[in-house]
Design a binder for this molecule. Structure first.
Ligand code: PLP
Length: 416
């Protein structure tokens, strides 16, 4: 570990120094310094990630596993450590419990398809929550339709918290798997996943956690949580796009049939019979994203050098500051007021359409997201078409929150 990194770790985060690691943050937009508050959609990449991927393509690139030649071996040696780093990062028992995918969406589709084909019968059910991202609804809907199963929903109250009183009753309705997000991308709610896991496991039901919005904000120990499946995307944790992870307990992964067929996922192929490969390759058909693994590995090294505890403490402070600041704006209504929240602030201002507010903020260099955030069912529950969403990362500053507040006031003056 370098000296600067050790200093950062001991003393908490020096945010201005950290920002220097992210070249894109120096961008100006319409003459204003970029204020990037769209981190729930995707995070920016530190130089460490950009350089690792560049180095991979300029010096190592070759196809992995099958080659005897020098570069192919180098590529394999660069690619596989990513899996080890991820396993260590989420405290998986085995490296082969880490399956590489394109991202959270593909990870969930993999489980929905494989688990559904193996275990879902007519009349069975999958249980999700009312605040899921479409990626944790539609794959289940598709497999339920195919298998004649039902999709059931844990309700959410006005504050944006799960109504757990109904959980035990719902679980008894032939539920075969529970799939829920750890942190909601639409509301910022941190869900009581331990309680859900305890209740589900009490009835022998496995749980999949969509950790797309949690992996970058909170430490995750899959063994301590005792979660059965966990999905996340590299691009939301400062890594590259198009790459992601499915963690699955070995005993579950061994029971599931392959998701896709092709190269890499086989041991032997004949026209009469194919013998599938061992974990993790059984679920990794085709040439993998080598640079993706290298990039995610570099991202994990980078954030570990800052210290997850430092990140959590700083983000907590920033969230409290932002909540106070937004609550001080006349006519601003937060959508989702859960006691436990992280990363995301969703809101509406008076009768201003979220899209109009987003455009005015954009003209001031402030990047927020507007719309339903791929979570239409929860927007429907609030009877709104969408919100403005500001989402935070550890490189955001209090002065950026001040800029957001000034921007909102400007929009109120113009449109309010
Ligand atoms: N789940 C949640 C909670 C998300 O926030 C997202 C993306 O915003 C996804 C799933 C889908 O992630 P990806 O598009 O990276 O597959």
């Amino acid at each position: 570990m370098s000296d600067t990194v050790t200093i950062k770790r001991k003393r908490g985060l020096d945010i201005m120094k950290v920002r220097e690691d992210f070249p894109i943050l120096r961008t100006t937009v319409f003459g204003h310094p970029l204020v990037y508050l769209d981190n729930a959609a995707t995070t920016q990449k530190p130089l460490a990630v950009l350089e690792a991927q560049d180095r991979y393509y300029t010096t190592i690139n070759s196809n992995v596993h099958r080659g005897v030649h020098f570069l192919s071996q180098q590529a394999t040696e660069a690619y596989e450590p990513g899996r080890k780093k991820i396993a260590a990062f989420i405290h998986a028992r085995h490296t082969h419990e880490i399956i590489f995918t394109k991202g959270t969406t593909e990870s969930i589709n993999l489980v929905a398809s494989s688990f559904g084909r193996k275990f879902l019968q007519k009349g069975d059910a999958i249980l999700v929550t009312a605040m899921e991202h479409h990626s944790n609804i539609v794959p289940w809907q598709m497999i339920c339709e195919e298998r004649g199963a039902l999709l059931k929903v844990i309700p959410v109250n006005e504050k944006g918290e799960l109504v757990l009183d109904e959980l035990d009753g719902l679980l008894k309705e032939r539920v075969k798997l529970v799939a829920l997000n750890y942190i909601s991308n639409a509301l910022g709610t941190v869900n009581p996943v331990r309680e859900v896991l305890r209740a589900a496991h009490g009835m022998g039901i496995p749980v999949l956690l969509d950790a797309a919005q949690a992996i970058q904000h909170t430490e995750i120990d899959v063994q301590e949580l005792d979660v059965d499946f966990l999905a996340f995307s590299a691009h939301k944790i400062y890594g590259p796009t198009g790459f992601g992870v499915l963690y699955g307990k070995e005993e579950w992964l061994n029971q599931l049939p392959p998701y896709q067929g092709g190269g890499e996922m086989i041991k032997t192929v004949s026209f009469e019979k194919t013998v599938y490969n061992d974990l993790p390759y059984k679920f990794e058909a085709g040439t993998p994203d080598m640079a993706g693994s290298v990039g995610l590995g570099a991202a994990l090294d980078y954030i570990q050098s800052l210290g997850m505890d430092n990140i959590r403490t700083y983000e907590h402070e920033l969230m409290a500051y932002a909540l106070d600041a937004l609550r001080g704006i006349d006519g601003l209504r937060l959508i989702g007021e859960a006691r436990e929240r992280a990363g995301v602030l969703s809101f509406l201002v008076g009768s201003i359409h979220p899209f109009d507010l987003g455009e005015i903020l954009d003209k001031q260099g402030i990047a927020v997201r507007t719309g339903h955030h791929c979570a239409q069912p929860i927007m429907d529950q609030y009877c709104i078409p969408g919100t403005v969403r500001a989402s935070l990362a550890f490189y955001n500053t209090k002065s950026e929150i001040d800029a957001l507040v000034t921007g909102i006031h400007k929009a109120i003056q113009l449109l309010g």
